[in-house]
Design a protein around this ligand. Structure first.
Ligand code: ZN
Length: 203
């Protein structure tokens, strides 16, 4: 399976980075080894001193497809979850300044903790999913899928032009504003609505 990340999909986060709002989705890939499941801890890596959290809704692909029209994209996923797109911001900044890819800063081991998935039928309107992240009991990020520049279906249509999507692939759909640092000892809790789906520690 593969993990597809989407950058700058919320206007408020794009502005937080001083960037322009993208006209097409910004896509990157992470390897399977980036995943952390079952609320296992995230181990702070020795190659960065600026790991930041980004809470994101995650779409789990349930059907193989290529060149999927947006109006049919809803048939390609049944479950939505929540995850953290950990980013080594120091390495990302260095790479960006040199015009180099983000691969290491986004795809290192453990960079993608994911929680329990929820059937989309339980979520009602997929264009109105509220989600949040707490760090050490304090609310640090709050978002709603209504604020995405590119909807789940638009992302699937775009991504599948270039990459065949397969059962089990995951799409991290971008983060709202409020990203910030973690340190060893922190606890992160992510929710969709008031359902706690992810709860783990930084070690
Ligand atoms: Zn992200």
């Amino acid at each position: 399976m593969k993990i597809i990340g989407v950058g700058l999909n919320y206007v408020n986060h794009a502005k937080e980075f001083g960037g322009d709002v993208p006209k097409e989705p910004v896509i990157f890939l992470m390897p399977e080894t980036a995943l952390i499941t079952r609320n296992l801890p995230f181990f702070y890596p020795d190659f960065s001193s600026q790991i930041e959290y980004e809470v994101e809704l995650v779409v789990k692909i349930s059907r193989l497809g290529k060149n999927i029209p947006e109006k049919f994209a809803h048939r390609y996923y049944e479950e939505i979850g929540i995850g953290i797109d950990f980013t080594a911001r120091d390495l990302q900044r260095q790479a960006g300044a040199a015009g180099l890819p983000w691969t290491i800063s986004k795809g290192f081991d453990g960079a993608a903790p994911i929680g329990t998935f929820v059937n989309k039928a339980e979520l009602g309107d997929l264009n109105n999913i509220s989600f949040s992240l707490e760090k050490n009991g304090q609310l640090v990020q709050q978002g709603n899928s209504a604020d995405m520049l590119f909807s789940f279906d638009a992302l699937i249509a775009y991504i599948s032009r270039f990459f065949t999507i397969k059962i089990g692939d995951l799409i991290f759909t971008g983060t709202p504003s409020g990203v910030g640092p973690v340190k060893i000892g922190d606890n992160l809790v992510a929710r969709i609505g008031d359902h706690e789906l992810l709860n783990f520690n930084v070690r």
